[in-house]
Design a protein around this ligand. Structure first.
Ligand SMILES: Nc1ncnc2c1ncn2[C@@H]1O[C@H](COP(=O)(O)OP(=O)(O)OP(=O)(O)O)[C@@H](O)[C@H]1O
Ligand SMILES: [Mg+2]
Length: 471
């Protein structure tokens, strides 16, 4: 006999409860119903379910609260949210809180059954959760991530969840928080991992180039189109397409992208035949797209379509507990690369590193460790090895850490280092003052200084300046 699937329906309206129960009527499902969130929690405490279907708006305790209770009482059990009115926001909110799916009233029975089947498939993710726990315990991280703070655990869990689905993902977070790592981890944990992973940096290409990169073009469709070009959407077919820095896409390309996502097909520039595409789209942005929507520089409909599953990466300063793990990881990495036997960081240096705010996040910490491994002259990294900017600004000819290079190679290495650092400080001051003069509007700051906007942005990125640094 096939095992019965236990479904709990939570709705304050009897008509809906009975209606849903009737739709699910059959041997496969064992359906229980209740009229309030409070009763649902009692039932969740009493026995296990395979799926929860809950109304969003209920007196006393609403659907989101039920959802949260499921996450703690029966983690991994999928929840379908029923919403009374079709606002994308409430649906997005439900998804953000962990709902697997949502359905808007009124709906057809087939539509509901389809969602139920789909949600039940998602149950298997909880099996992955066990694997995830094991991996984190043994490696103090996940995939290529280091960190076991609760903020990062949430991120890892989301990665596993979305890797199993085809839903569009939007990764947000400050510069250097690991957005690109997330995109790779999603692909490599997904059934698509044997297929291509294609990354497009939307900030590095001019508007028309970006379009022909993404959608492709037909030979002769514009001056310079000497050859037919296959678009990256097509190159990524069957795999994952990662649109990095998606905030840089112009409004007209945004419209084209939206259509592509809705229709799941592309038409190359100058072409007539639409081509079907099968990709998992993952987008990332270090700018706040919601703000851009309100400023009118990013399409709201595209934002909602991208933001189906949001993954927000916490800045490093908000998960300081991970700093020691990251330090020892990067220390191992760079001592092996550079070939120096440095095994520790002095308590004083550690305290400094733990107290620092890391505007450039993990990337900045990584750079600091790399730099200090190069400079350290004992078998541990001392605080003096970290405070590089002070030496670089020192005009009286002081030597970093009082250390005088003993070989030509060391001299060269230190010279390069001090020079880089002095140039970095100058560039940083230059960028910040331009940004401040222009109320942190990157476009205007770039214009005023005579630097192309993408170049201005990559300078900011390199130096770990983010729009959120503004005071
Ligand atoms: N949790 C982590 N563990 C180990 N390494 C990490 C972690 N997060 C980020 N890194 C490393 O930090 C660097 C920056 O990460 P990544 O390029 O993914 O950031 P990003 O969010 O895409 O930044 P940007 O917005 O500037 O493009 C990379 O070298 C990456 O390997
Ligand atoms: Mg990136």
């Amino acid at each position: 006999m096939m095992e019965q699937i236990r479904i709990l329906i939570v709705d304050d309206e009897a008509v809906i409860r009975d209606g849903l129960k009737r739709i699910l009527n059959g041997e496969r499902f064992m359906v229980e119903t209740c009229a309030s969130g409070f009763r649902a929690i009692e039932l969740l405490n009493e026995r296990e379910f395979d799926l929860i279907v809950t109304d969003l708006k209920m007196p006393g305790m609403n659907g989101i609260e039920v959802l949260k209770a499921v996450a703690t009482l029966q983690p991994g059990v999928p929840v379908i949210m029923i919403t009374g009115y079709a606002t994308v926001e409430t649906a997005v909110d439900a998804m953000k809180n962990g709902a697997v799916d949502y359905i808007t009233k009124p709906f057809a029975p087939e539509q509901f059954l389809e969602k139920v089947e789909h949600a039940l498939e998602q149950r298997h993710v909880s099996m992955d959760e066990l694997i995830l726990k094991k991996e984190i315990a043994s490696r103090h991280g996940f995939h290529r991530f280091v960190g076991e703070s609760k903020e990062m655990l949430k991120v890892y869990h989301r990665i596993m969840q979305v890797a199993a689905t085809n839903s569009t993902v939007l990764i947000t977070g400050e510069s250097g928080t690991g957005k690109e790592l997330v995109a790779h981890a999603i692909h490599e944990n997904s059934p698509r991992h044997g297929q291509p992973f294609v990354a497009v940096d939307c900030s590095s290409l001019a508007e028309n180039l970006l379009e022909s990169e993404l959608f492709g073009h037909v030979k002769g469709s514009f001056t310079g189109a000497m050859q037919t070009k296959v678009g990256l959407f097509k190159v990524a077919d069957g795999g994952t397409l990662f649109l990095d820095e998606v905030s840089n896409i112009s409004l007209s390309t945004q419209a084209k992208l939206l259509r592509t996502l809705q229709e799941r097909q592309i038409t190359p520039i100058g072409g007539t035949q639409p081509q079907q595409i099968n990709i998992h789209l993952v987008a990332a942005s270090n700018r706040n797209l919601k703000t851009m929507v309100s400023e009118g520089t990013f399409r709201e409909d595209l934002f909602f379509r991208l933001n189906i599953i949001p993954i927000e990466l916490p800045p490093l300063r908000e998960r300081k507990g991970d700093i020691p793990l990251l330090i020892s990881y990067f220390l191992k990495k760079f001592t092996a690369e550079i070939g120096k036997a440095i095994r520790a960081v002095t308590p004083e240096a550690l305290a400094f590193l733990e107290g620092y705010s890391y505007p450039g996040n993990v990337r900045e910490l990584e750079n600091i460790i790399e730099r200090s491994v190069v400079l350290a002259e004992s078998d541990s990294i001392r605080k003096e090895d970290l405070e590089l900017s002070e030496y670089a600004n020192n005009s009286n000819g002081a030597v970093p850490g009082g250390y005088i290079p003993a070989t030509a190679l060391e001299l060269k290495e230190m010279k390069r280092h001090i020079r880089d650092h002095a140039v970095d400080s100058l560039e940083k001051a230059f960028l910040i003052s331009a940004l401040e003069r222009n109320s942190w509007n990157v476009t205007r700051a770039a214009e005023e200084t005579g630097i192309l906007r993408p170049n201005f942005q990559s300078m900011m990125k390199k130096l770990g300046i983010s729009i959120r640094d503004q005071h």
